[in-house]
Design a protein around this ligand. Structure first.
Ligand SMILES: [Zn+2]
Length: 258
């Protein structure tokens, strides 16, 4: 990649997908001078899937990968998708993790939402629950890919092993996780997860108790969805990061519809 493509290029590319049957619109961010792009696709009567990327503005491969996944026909049309192509437009423009007000949107899905972006998502989803919610990220500290799979009490992981196997099969780097890897757990708190190679298996009920601001994934979890969060290694070559998100989304969807 020779330069980071602009937010305008991303939104134009999404609007062009209207020709492929994507219903693309902008929703207002109440209290902030910006809008967020949202797209719908697939069979409205199918199982509901939420897809999102770019909640952190300095993780650019995630929104561009999601665009390519949609454009290239990798979304099983039997599902009903609500897609948030770039949840943090002001952060994308400034290449910052936080939004223009300096807030981490992915810690703001508490109550009705404590940022304009989270409020827009929560309002749009008020009458809709999802079975699966995939959120695409990048990690500056990682050398390989990994996912978070939050588990309900006594549930076994359904996605992690197959996603890691698919990444391996594609020759993509998988993060070896150990006790020293920083997952952002607040200091002094017992980590609410179990680590495997390439996977963080989250005790969702414990996470709900220890995290002060709710991530989007746990907002969906509380409304009955299985959330999955994917991280590509930010230092890796662009094309590998794009490929990693494609492998993740297609593998997770294949498991979901099976
Ligand atoms: Zn992130």
């Amino acid at each position: 990649m020779t330069r980071l493509r602009t937010y305008e290029e991303l939104t134009a590319a999404w609007r062009a997908l209207r020709l492929l049957g994507f219903r693309v619109r902008e929703v207002a961010c109440v209290g902030a001078p910006r809008t967020i792009l949202v797209a719908e696709y697939g069979d409205p009567n199918g199982p509901r899937v939420s897809l999102s990327a770019g909640v952190h503005g300095d993780e650019p491969a995630a929104p561009w990968a999601l665009l390519g996944i949609a454009r290239d026909g990798l979304l099983d049309p039997r599902c009903a998708y609500r897609i948030w192509p770039c949840l943090n437009p002001s952060g994308y423009l400034a290449q910052t993790r936080a939004n223009a007000e300096g807030d981490d949107i992915n810690r703001s899905f508490t109550r009705g939402g404590t940022t304009p972006e989270a409020r827009a998502v929560i309002t749009a989803n008020r009458d809709r629950r999802f079975a699966l919610a995939l959120d695409l990220h990048e990690d500056f500290e990682a050398q390989g890919c990994y996912l978070y799979e939050p588990l309900r009490p006594d549930a076994s992981p359904r996605f992690a092993a197959q996603v890691v196997a698919a990444l391996d099969a594609a020759g993509l780097p998988v993060q070896g996780l150990d006790g020293d890897f920083d997952l952002g757990t607040p200091a002094g708190v017992e980590p609410p997860y179990r680590l495997e190679r390439g996977a963080v298996l989250v005790d969702a009920e414990l996470e709900l108790r220890v995290f002060p601001g709710l991530p989007q994934s746990m907002f969906h979890y509380r409304r009955g969805a299985q959330p999955l969060t994917f991280e590509s290694p930010r230092p890796a070559p662009w094309d590998d990061r794009i490929a990693a998100h494609r492998v993740f989304v297609t593998t997770a969807l294949a498991i979901f519809v099976s």
